[in-house]
Design a protein around this ligand. Structure first.
Ligand code: CAA
Length: 296
């Protein structure tokens, strides 16, 4: 396969469309016209720029950031706009010191009937967050329970504060996880540990989560957002299409067998030689200077 020019790549969407995301509103090319308008207070989240990073803060502190429909709607709206903004290279998603999010909103869903849950495909839209092409770093303090833990697992990297607590307590409410907890948790920490959390409804602390591979690192609670922003800004300093390709390719490991995954990786790797940023990155190394990526 010969792809001569990066414009061809962009038009084809080969690099930039997340796997199996044809219906996602966030799946448009990262290098589309510069976006904007996302830096504002939504009803349930705050959205601020921190250098080349969009900091999204769940902002329903009295309800411990329980994930009502409105929070998810705001998150999808913000990330859709951020996806179009070339000046943003990564996203940090955080909550409050007491709670990243204490789960889906129990009060909102407690009276739903089976027909309502089924016919509206309840929680299906949360999956849009997992389809965001730009890397997402979750900065987690306090409770990340139920849907909060599941939302966190839709991020690409998790930085945990020392006070963080993780769990899937749905069984205590007479249900099971409904936003990926039975699937992503197994892939993150293995069957026995995932089963323990899902079947007992218990919690693990930040140290245990790090040991289990659920989070990348544990930091003092008051520094969690700062550490996540630093990491996200580092990611954002690289080529946007390359970072998106890296994210898409790592995520493919969850969907494909090894032979298919290796082939997918190699083809994406080959395609990156159509980018100016590949010439710039390798050229800068040889010329012993810092690369200047242009996202082309
Ligand atoms: N939904 C709705 N409201 C919630 C909530 C949730 N998931 N979690 C907390 N709140 C509300 C509380 O009702 C309370 O509101 P009021 O002041 O109006 O009573 C407020 O947040 C503060 O909570 P607590 O008083 O309970 O705070 P606490 O410090 O005593 O306890 C906690 C903290 C252990 C996290 C406790 O709030 C708790 O157990 N929350 C529920 C956790 C849970 O079960 N999550 C799973 C939800 S189901 C789900 O997520 C399904 C899915 O797969 C998507």
């Amino acid at each position: 396969m010969m792809l001569a020019r990066s414009t061809h790549l962009r038009r084809s969407g080969l690099l930039l469309r997340p796997l199996a995301s044809s219906s996602s509103t966030t799946a448009r090319p990262l290098t589309a016209a510069a976006g904007g308008g996302w830096e504002k207070s939504y009803e349930f989240i705050l959205a601020e720029r921190k250098d080349r990073v969009a900091l999204l803060t769940l902002n329903r502190p009295k309800a411990l950031n329980a994930l009502c429909n409105g929070i998810i709607r705001d998150l999808i709206e913000a990330t859709t706009h951020i996806a179009r903004d070339d000046s943003v290279g990564a996203i940090v998603l955080t909550g409050s010191t007491k709670a990243f999010a204490a789960g889906a909103d129990i009060k909102e869903m407690k009276d739903k009937t089976f027909v309502e849950a089924f016919s509206t495909n309840m929680f299906e839209e949360w999956g849009q967050i997992a389809k965001v092409a730009k890397p997402i770093v979750a900065a987690v303090n306090g409770y990340a329970l139920g849907g909060g833990c599941e939302l966190m697992m839709m991020a690409d990297i998790v930085i945990a504060g020392e006070n963080a607590k993780f769990g899937q307590p749905e069984i205590t409410l007479g249900v099971i996880p409904g936003c990926g907890g039975t699937q992503r948790l197994v892939r993150a920490i293995g069957k026995s540990k995932a089963m323990e959390l899902v079947l007992t409804g218990g919690m693990i602390d930040a140290k245990q989560a790090e040991k289990d591979g659920l989070v990348s690192k544990v930091v003092p609670t008051e520094t969690t957002v700062e550490v996540a922003l630093e990491m996200a800004n580092k990611i954002a300093s690289f080529s946007l299409p390359v970072a998106a390709a890296a994210k898409e390719t790592v995520n493919a490991a969850f969907e494909l067998n090894l032979a298919e995954g290796l082939r997918f990786e190699r083809r994406i790797f080959h395609s990156l030689f159509a980018l100016s940023d590949q010439k710039e990155g390798m050229g800068a190394f040889v010329e012993k200077r810092k690369p200047k990526f242009t996202n082309t």
